[in-house]
Design a protein around this ligand. Structure first.
Ligand SMILES: *Cc1c(COP(=O)(O)O)cnc(C)c1O
Length: 411
């Protein structure tokens, strides 16, 4: 794939890259606005999955034979692609995981082994369940204390409250870069710098940011950054934990098994070096290789071009949604990504979602794995339309007309 000189943003051509967009449901053209839950895959990634299983399939890091070496090379090349894309200092700072959830659990377990009773962990009130529950489990196990940064009505972190929570007992701040239910973009650079002043480490949940914006882990200076392959146009079941070398070296392994050891005897086992220390067992080889392909696909473009288009879509949709009587947007941060959550007086989100589906429009309804956010707004859930760079204004026009029909039926 062309790497020098970026590919021009041409929406028609881009849509042709995504076969899943060319289908009908219930006889209607599919309009896929559930990108926050998972993204569609470009043919480039689908072909790579096919090629891997047709030609390259072998176990890695062990075989002397040709195929095993080929698979190993591709697996490690993908790690390098991802390290370069994130601007990690070292390739071995990229650990393959199952996804964001496993990345956070790995840190909660392993970094958690270094914590003591009374140590404090800070999260925010807008976190996904997978950035809440692992910390609660750690607190139960070790006796740490979980502190929560509150949010305001617009769905923004109350920054002064964050500063109040930081102190020399704070060992870790774990916060989402971008909220999946509100679309809020958090001021993570400032937050990281403040946390470092008290000696705390910072984990960024990048599940909703890697696909929308350029990430430079060294410029951010975050200690951990986690994301899922499937939300960034790659396969499910694969993700990445980036961690700074010095911290990862201090952390004990997460799981024991093959590949994570140097030498095993019944008396004593010595652990492998990074990144293998954290990759026990046969990994999702095809997934890791094809996540690298998804990053290559994304990297053909200027990500700013994609971002600009996505934000135009979100603004366009928001303006049209606001013309509906009794419709309320949930999440009105000044800094927002292309996620629009809303509720409609007198119509349950689930019913709206069902009637949209019958018209070919895929949106997400419910609490979006952020129940505390829904409790804060005292609502059962929202309808969420989340846009990717392959979506169009015409699709939004159709969605708005479909929503109008749905609301008319429900009231
Ligand atoms: C999707 C998501 C997760 C969980 O990702 P998985 O792929 O299910 O592991 C965590 N945090 C945020 C913000 C998300 O959007």
């Amino acid at each position: 794939m062309e790497t020098t000189g970026k590919r021009k943003f041409n929406l028609r051509e881009i849509r042709e890259d995504f076969p899943a967009l060319r289908q009908t449901v219930y006889g209607k053209n599919l309009i896929y606005f559930d990108n926050g839950a998972t993204s569609q895959k470009p043919q480039y990634v689908i072909d790579a999955i096919n090629k891997y299983y047709s030609k390259d399939n072998a176990n890695i890091h062990r075989g002397v034979h040709h195929l095993s070496q080929k698979a190993t090379n591709e697996y490690e090349a993908s790690r390098k692609t991802i390290a370069t894309y994130l601007n990690a200092k070292h390739t071995h700072e990229i650990i393959f995981t199952k996804g964001t959830t496993e990345g956070i659990n790995l840190v909660a377990f392993s970094f958690g082994q270094l914590l003591q009773k009374g140590d404090e962990i800070i999260i925010s009130a807008m976190e996904h369940h997978s950035n809440i529950v692992p910390w609660q489990m750690l607190c139960e196990r070790v006796g740490c204390v979980l502190k929560v940064i509150p949010i305001n009505k617009k769905g923004e972190i109350i920054y002064d409250e964050y500063l109040q929570l930081l102190n020399d007992k704070t060992k870790l701040v774990a916060v989402s870069h971008i909220s999946n239910s509100l679309g809020t973009i958090n001021p993570i650079k400032k937050m990281i710098d403040e946390a470092h002043k008290v000696g705390a480490k910072v984990l960024i949940d990048g599940a909703q940011s890697i696909q929308h914006t350029k990430i430079d882990v060294q410029a951010l200076d975050c200690d951990f950054y986690v994301f899922s392959g499937h939300k960034v146009f790659g396969p499910t079941g694969i993700g990445v934990l980036y961690g700074k070398e010095a911290i990862l070296n201090k952390m004990p392994p997460y799981q024991g098994g093959g590949d994570m050891i140097l030498k095993v005897t019944f008396e004593k086992t010595t652990y492998n070096e990074l990144p293998f220390k954290f990759e026990a067992g046969t990994p999702h080889i095809a997934g890791a290789i094809c996540l690298g392909k998804a990053i290559e696909y994304l990297n053909q473009f200027n990500i700013e071009d994609l971002e600009k288009h996505e934000l135009e879509l979100a603004d366009y949709a928001t303006d049209l949604l606001l013309t509906f009587e009794g419709l309320h947007i949930i999440g009105e941060s000044k800094k927002k990504t292309s996620v629009v959550s809303f509720i409609v007086d007198g119509a349950h989100p689930f019913d709206i979602g069902t009637l949209l589906d019958k018209q070919g429009v895929a949106v997400r309804t419910g609490h979006h794995c952020t129940q505390p956010v829904m409790d804060f707004y005292k609502i059962p859930g929202t309808v969420r339309a989340s846009f990717a760079f392959y979506n169009t204004k015409e699709e939004i026009d159709y969605f708005i007309a479909a929503l109008d029909k749905a609301i008319t039926m429900l009231r």
